[in-house]
Design a protein around this ligand. Structure first.
Ligand code: ADP
Ligand code: GLC
Length: 492
């Protein structure tokens, strides 16, 4: 990848065009979920396709200090209540444009929540300002002369960028990617003025949503194209039980709406070369057993005669983890063990902690956020559990596949698109990679865990499932090519 990047900079690869990616989080700077992984992976993936992508994101506290050099490239004296500038800098191969608006972003808390755990009251203004800057850059360019042919906005936080571009009649292609329909960026209509939106656009064909402003709906209706992060989620979004009120608007976009599956960073997530784990591969699986022992030690687990499963997840209703306490007694009785790393909903973690207290040595829960531990968990785990109620794409099942931690997943969204159920036919054909279940409730999950235990009891069969998953292509190449084709279609 380094060679490709160097070549692109030397002008060897054709510069097909310029893309401004607009996101609220991005690896390696800040991450609360998979969006950050994806936003951080796209620039290199698209560079290989000949597209020059820059990442516009807020300069949250402490981020500017991570750069060796930052250069002011854009500014306005008043963006939603205060001065703002954009600082350009390079970090780990990514060209960042840091949106520096202290009145909106220089404060304690996470990107979206205050220290009290509640949404920042001016979240609408904060991300409208980011989107405003994106449109201004598309209109005027940076002081360096760089100007995007395409704005690629992510989720509701970037949703107003295509709206401003449309309202200002800018000549720039726009695409919005839905990573999660559950977050819509709603704001009361009284904020119309503060968000610099015009009342003649306040109608159901634009960003009006039941009398409120929806930044996500704005993006969906105003952008040239809409994508989401898996083909199955693209179809599910048109159904009322998943679309959260936006199903009709999304269906109306017809062929302008597509699903492009996320990839994973196959360099950072590679059991053969991961510095955090004892190396192993499909040819040499011994290292995996050593990682399993290490994982048990990490989590204070004793002998686990059956499959040792892991969970690495936000704790939220979406992820279905509240179902686990209802089925774990049965799983443990059949020899299973579980190590959980998660942060979020206190009730869900309390439920899991109660199970851990009932089964010391077999179930352990770690709450909090840890960058390194997931690598050791996928390397040491026999299985990864992702019983989501909905899942736009999901990355942890892919990390599991890559590390031979067999995914046990519900048949929704990207989970359905990345895991092949180990039924008899798939096993005979040699393509099975996990356990897929359709009924996301206690019974469905309990049966899925029973199947996992049965498969694990047949070492030859289980090994074949692990190997098939580890060999699966989950890199960005195919999806980057799909984004590149899309940019080509809509570019200014
Ligand atoms: P979502 O974005 O809905 O949370 P994804 O599966 O797409 O779900 O991405 C989650 C990402 O966050 C993965 O990279 C996963 O490893 C990581 N992650 C989730 N919880 C934690 C945690 N507690 N500590 C470290 N990483 C976590
Ligand atoms: C969202 C979704 C998750 C997806 C991620 C990256 O956070 O919940 O399924 O993998 O975005 O696209």
């Amino acid at each position: 990848m380094t060679t490709i990047m160097a070549e692109a900079e030397n002008g060897v690869l054709p510069a097909k065009g310029r893309v401004l990616s607009v996101t609220s989080e991005c690896v390696p700077l800040i991450k609360t979920g998979g969006l950050a992984d994806v936003a951080g992976a796209l620039p290199a993936a698209l560079r290989a396709e000949g597209w020059d992508m820059r990442v516009l994101m807020p300069a949250y506290p402490g981020l500017k200090e991570r750069f060796a050099a930052l250069e002011p490239v854009w500014g306005e004296p008043d963006v939603m209540g205060g001065p703002a500038q954009v600082l350009a800098g390079r970090l780990e191969g990514i060209d960042f444009l840091m949106f520096d608006a202290p009145h909106l972003f220089d404060r304690a808390g996470s990107p979206y929540l205050g220290p009290d755990g509640l949404d920042h009251p001016d979240n609408a203004e904060r991300f409208a300002a980011l989107s405003w800057a994106a449109a201004a850059i598309a209109r005027d360019g940076l002081s360096t002369g760089w100007k995007p042919d395409v704005i690629h906005a992510h989720d509701w936080q970037g949703g107003l960028a295509p709206v401003y571009a449309r309202l200002q009649g800018l000549s720039v292609g726009t695409v919005v990617t839905i990573h999660n329909i559950a977050f819509q960026g709603l704001a009361p209509a009284e904020k119309m003025g503060a968000l610099r939106l015009s009342w003649d656009a306040f109608h159901s064909g634009m960003f009006e949503y039941w009398g409120q402003i929806s930044a996500l709906k704005g993006g969906i209706t105003a952008a040239d194209r809409v994508t989401t992060v898996s083909p199955t989620y693209a179809r599910e979004l048109m159904r009322p039980e998943v679309g959260m009120g936006l199903q009709g608007v999304i269906a109306d976009r017809g062929a302008a709406m597509t699903g492009i599956l996320n990839g994973i960073d196959e360099i950072a997530w590679n059991p053969e070369a991961d510095p955090g784990v004892l190396p192993y591969s499909t040819r040499q699986m011994k290292g995996k057993a050593a990682n399993r022992d290490r994982l048990r030690a990490d989590f204070g687990l004793g002998e686990v005669p059956g499959p040792l499963a892991v969970v690495v997840s936000r704790m939220s209703w979406q992820k279905g983890l509240d179902l686990l306490p209802q089925v774990l007694d049965g799983f443990v009785a059949r020899g299973g063990g579980l190590a959980v790393l998660g942060a979020g909903d206190a009730e869900i973690s309390a439920g899991l902690a109660a199970v851990a207290a009932r089964h010391p040595g077999r179930v352990a829960v770690r709450t909090g956020y840890d960058e390194a531990l997931p690598h050791r968990m996928f390397a040491g785990g026999d299985a990864v559990l992702v019983p989501s109620r909905f899942e736009p794409c999901g990355l942890t099942q892919m990390y599991g596949l890559r590390y031979g931690a067999v995914p046990v997943v519900s048949a929704v969204g990207g989970l359905a698109d990345t895991v092949i159920d180990a039924n008899k036919a798939a096993l005979d054909a040699g393509c099975a990679t996990g356990v897929v279940f359709t009924q996301v409730d206690r019974l469905g999950l309990a049966q899925a865990l029973d199947r996992l235990v049965d498969l694990y009891a047949q070492p030859g069969v289980f090994r074949a499932i692990q190997r098939a998953g580890m060999k699966q292509d989950m890199g960005w190449r195919r999806s980057a090519a799909a984004y590149a084709r899309l940019y080509e279609d809509i570019r200014a």
